[in-house]
Design a protein around this ligand. Structure first.
Ligand code: GLA
Ligand code: ZN
Length: 678
């Protein structure tokens, strides 16, 4: 159970901002919440200005009334600390709280998620507020979680951050000599004489815009700044966490994450969060696998523990280029998709649509019309009723995955900071290529980290895939080596193993630390501009080789396919090496969906990794298991009604029908079924 034992169902609700409304409206909200089966609200996300009108005054009177109202109505609370947007007086009196952008521009008061993480003012007052809230509301037994700040993120390059960066570096490297070594400062006369010489690597120093992305002259410096920035913001989270725990040690603490968000190393964050929660706002163009990947990543941050879906829009977001409505049934479908991948809550932003500023056209449970007579409200109420009926049946369910994909923020930063070999290098894109193939075959995937001292035991998996593992960190290669030796199957790709933790090249031939495991030596790499391709035949079919083509030599591995053209025609593009009891595959180029499907399909079959179910194209199947049983989710992402032949019998929980093995189950467009298997 991620929240507490008192929670006996999938909580249903979301961000509620009564402070934006006169109190007469609140009672009406309660009536509508009852109609919609809402049982949890996230309160107090952006109220700092009202809670602390000046340096010494705190005013909780309105929040007291809201807390009482919600309690009286039997609604649980996810209580936010309100520290994601500072009050105006604080910015006026203490400009150290204002961030400095990458360009060197000092911001003024405004926007949100706007405080410098190393500002003494921010740390002092955010912690004080969190502590006061915990002290004041400690006896409310309907608080199910603390929600610290909101969607932490961004960067700051101010003087305080620069000073803190130096301290962080000193702690990490000890001596200036070591710093010079790991940053390779002999290049371009960058030798630092003292930690005081270090400056933040923004656009005023090492960074520049190139080909539509952020580039740097010194990857090692930029990489360390990213780590430092993520740690600085995490420190803010941890300080508030500590503050609330003083008074409410038993209330779990979280903050809402954002999926594949590049700026924060969420694996590091996950270790310090009691449970993971995240906000799911896919673009209307996103394929289902993209969303599933993010859910699986979020689940992976705490070793497969269920997470909270903290926010999603009931209908529409206001900030996409085209704010396309979720079609009828899609809100329900995507809610169950989250649950299928490990969510134990279904929550929205926002409960009542605000009337001013940038979120007034963002979807809400209660629209501007103010009544229950909307399509969106009806869909929400129907889902709420369904979740009531499901009760605690699915809670705590785990995903039984035999395949894992490695995901690593350090690697993401380093690979995309790399000057060369191609501006098309896209870490998440490469992860997605492999994930999508597995997901579309209904193969469960865990997303795992790439640390030396990880809590993940690789031997839980039969197949471990590390797409574009440009940086192979200290000790990770050793984990892979013993995984393969003892019978595991490892797969990695082009641009792999080049560098160690500081982005220093591992000499002796690519793929560096992975060379012996893969039994190859990559001598050169050819970057193909967009539109150009090489090709290869695999099992009689021709597939494209694009983006990067490694020119490699076999050093123990066998070649499974080779390039069809250019001066490296005949050189291997797909290899397999045996090591101990296991195998290690190398995919030396980027190919297409058809290749990944076919290749990974065969690999899974050979390894006995079974799909959750065999379904028509576009129908996703996923399993969760808990002490109540094994639950098969069937999610129809297609535009048509479809039919699934069930391999197992069981009871379908949403409609109540029982099925025999071999029977067919019909799913309408956007339909969902949850089969409790016999
Ligand atoms: C984020 C924030 C919310 C709200 C929504 C709108 O997830 O946490 O406060 O701004 O986006 O989509
Ligand atoms: Zn700063």
């Amino acid at each position: 159970m991620i929240l507490n034992d008192k929670v006996q169902k999938i909580l249903f609700g979301g961000d509620y901002n009564p402070e934006q409304w006169p109190e007469e409206v609140w009672e009406e909200d309660m009536r509508l919440f009852r109609l919609a089966h809402i049982d949890v609200v996230t309160l107090n996300v952006f109220s700092w200005a009202a809670l602390q009108p000046d340096e010494d005054t705190y005013d909780f009177s309105r929040l007291d009334r809201i807390m009482e109202l919600v309690k009286k109505n039997g609604i649980k609370v996810c209580l936010a600390t309100s520290t994601a947007a500072h009050p105006a007086w604080m910015a006026r009196k203490h400009p150290d709280i204002l961030r400095v952008e990458r360009t060197g521009m000092k911001r003024k008061f405004g926007s949100r998620h706007n405080s410098c993480p190393n500002s003494p003012t921010y740390r002092k007052y955010s912690v004080a507020l969190a502590e006061k809230l915990a002290e004041r509301y400690r006896d409310y037994d309907n608080i199910v979680a603390w929600h610290i700040a909101n969607e932490y993120g961004g960067e700051c390059y101010c003087d305080n951050c620069e000073k803190a960066f130096r301290i962080w570096l000193k702690e990490k490297y000890g001596t200036i000599e070591e710093l010079n070594r790991v940053w390779n400062t002999a290049f371009w006369s960058h030798t630092m004489y003292d930690f005081e010489d270090v400056v933040v690597p923004d656009l005023r120093s090492e960074e520049f815009e190139w080909g539509g992305r952020l580039a740097t002259n010194f990857q090692g410096i930029s990489l360390d700044y990213n780590r430092f920035n993520s740690d600085s913001i995490l420190a803010c989270y941890r300080l508030e966490e500590e503050a609330v725990k003083k008074y409410t040690p038993d209330i779990p603490v979280t903050t809402n994450l954002m999926g594949t968000y590049k700026t924060l190393d969420y694996f590091k964050w996950g270790k310090h969060m009691d449970f993971i929660s995240w906000d799911n706002y896919p673009d209307s163009q996103a394929v289902p696998a993209q969303v599933s990947l993010r859910h699986d990543l979020m689940r992976g941050l705490k070793g497969g523990m269920p997470f909270a879906l903290m926010e999603q829009t009931p209908s529409v977001s206001n900030w996409h280029a085209y704010c396309k409505l979720k079609r009828p049934g899609v809100m329900r479908l995507w809610s169950y998709q989250a649950v299928a991948h490990g969510a134990d809550t279904v929550m929205f932003f926002q409960m009542r649509r605000s009337i001013g500023a940038c979120e007034k056209y963002h979807g809400a449970v209660i629209d501007h019309v103010g009544t229950e007579n909307t399509r969106v409200f009806r869909e929400i109420a129907a889902l709420g009723e369904e979740l009531d009926r499901l009760g605690n049946e699915l809670l705590g369910g785990r995903t039984p995955a035999k395949a894992a994909i490695v995901f690593d923020w350090d690697n993401w930063w380093a690979a995309e900071y790399s000057a060369g070999p191609s501006k098309l290098i896209n870490y998440c894109g490469e992860v997605m290529a492999y994930y999508k193939a597995l997901n579309e075959m209904n193969i469960a995937v865990d997303i795992i980290d790439a640390e030396k001292d990880s809590e993940t035991d690789l031997s839980d998996y039969r197949l471990v895939i590390a797409p574009l593992l440009y940086m192979c960190k200290d000790g990770f290669d050793e984990r892979i080596r013993s995984f393969v030796k003892s019978g595991g199957t490892f797969l990695t790709t082009f641009f792999g193993g080049y560098v160690e933790d500081h982005d220093l090249v591992v000499t002796g031939g690519y793929p560096g630390r992975l060379k012996d495991i893969l039994g190859i030596w990559v001598e050169e790499t050819d970057a193909l501009p967009e539109g150009e391709e090489n090709s290869f035949f695999y099992k009689g079919k021709k597939y494209p080789a694009t983006l990067l083509c490694d020119l490699l030599h076999l050093q123990g591995a066998e070649s499974l396919a080779s390039y069809e053209s250019d001066f490296y025609e005949g050189m291997p593009v797909l290899t397999c090496n045996r090591m101990g009891e296991g195998k290690a595959y190398y995919v030396a180029s980027h190919s297409d969906d058809a290749f990944y499907r076919s290749f990974l399909g065969e690999l899974c079959e050979e390894l006995g990794i079974e799909p959750a179910a065999r379904t028509p194209e576009g129908v996703e199947a996923a399993v969760r298991e808990n002490e109540n049983g094994s639950f098969l989710f069937l999610l129809n992402h297609t535009e048509d009604e479809t039919e699934i032949i069930l391999q197992h019998g069981g009871t379908e929980l949403l409609g109540g029908r029982t099925f025999e093995a071999g029977e067919s189950l019909r799913l309408p467009k956007a339909g969902v079924a949850i089969l409790k298997r016999d």
